[in-house]
Design a protein around this ligand. Structure first.
Ligand SMILES: O=C1O[C@H](COP(=O)(O)O)[C@@H](O)[C@H](O)[C@H]1O
Length: 257
């Protein structure tokens, strides 16, 4: 697993613009190296703002959108089209505005599919398994970029502190009793997250500062799930100044003016 690098931007707006630029560049690089790319989306404030910035960027057409697989790190177990679904936010911000191959948009199904949360998690695990190649050495693709928002409690995806999902070794799990509504969710687990080539944690706001500090410390992921957010080749913590305000000075960081 890689050691995190921290990049700090002036404020949440600048952060979303800068992450958008990074995503575009990373996807273009991956596509020029191997023809296609994979991107795992997150819900949450910075995650969705980043997608809106990608949609607004003149550089977005540098991406070959039809050769991109879109996945989700987690989903709120709500019917298709519900405003609280991460999918709905992502579609509105970006996915409805670019020429994606619908077969490559891998949605975590909600209750309107007729599946229970457990069945939906298992179906997603099967979809990941089918997409994995021998060189991925695991039950899921080694995603090019996996984006993760983070809550003030240091949750990432729908992995909340001290909850059973943090001990689960299956690739995808149903989460019940989430402390943040809605209570039922679907989430990738840490082994799949840590199999991604690059994991980028995005966070803004002073309410996240304590969680950011802990996520960059030696804390264990059961207490601090974001401390387990590490990519195989690269881990980035992409922050605004407020969320980075409690990082120890010993951690090197680059600030935008
Ligand atoms: O519920 C969720 O929250 C987190 C973080 O959201 P934020 O609004 O505090 O940035 C998000 O990463 C996760 O995907 C989502 O389901």
């Amino acid at each position: 697993m890689s050691v995190p690098n921290v990049v700090v931007h002036r404020d949440a707006d600048m952060l979303a613009r800068a992450v958008a630029a990074r995503v575009i560049t990373r996807l273009v690089d991956a596509q020029s190296a191997k023809g296609s790319a994979s991107l795992v989306l997150t819900g949450g404030s910075v995650g969705i703002a980043t997608l809106a910035e990608i949609a607004a960027s003149p550089a977005r057409d540098a991406v070959d959108w039809r050769n991109l697989d879109i996945w989700w790190g987690d989903e709120r177990f709500l019917p298709s089209g519900d405003a609280e679904r991460n999918e709905t936010g992502a579609r509105k911000a970006l996915l409805d505005h670019v020429d994606l191959d619908p077969d490559r948009v891998h949605v975590m199904r909600g209750p309107d599919s007729g599946m229970t949360a457990e069945e939906s998690a298992d179906a997603y695990a099967e979809e990941l398994r089918r997409a994995a190649r021998p060189e991925d050495h695991g039950p899921a693709p080694s995603f090019d970029v996996l984006l993760l928002g983070m809550g003030p409690d240091a949750h990432v995806a729908s992995l909340f502190p001290e909850m059973p999902a943090l001990h689960d070794t299956r690739p995808v799990v149903a989460v019940h009793g989430s402390p943040k509504p809605p209570p039922t969710r679907i989430s990738l687990t840490l082994p799949v997250i840590q199999g991604a080539r690059e994991v980028w944690v995005v966070a803004a706001g002073s309410d996240k500062a304590g969680a950011v500090r802990l996520a960059l410390s030696e804390s264990g992921p059961v207490q601090v799930p974001a401390a387990g957010a590490r990519g195989r080749q690269r881990t980035l913590f992409l922050l605004d100044r407020a969320s980075a305000s409690k990082i120890p000075a010993s951690l090197g960081r680059i600030s935008s003016p």
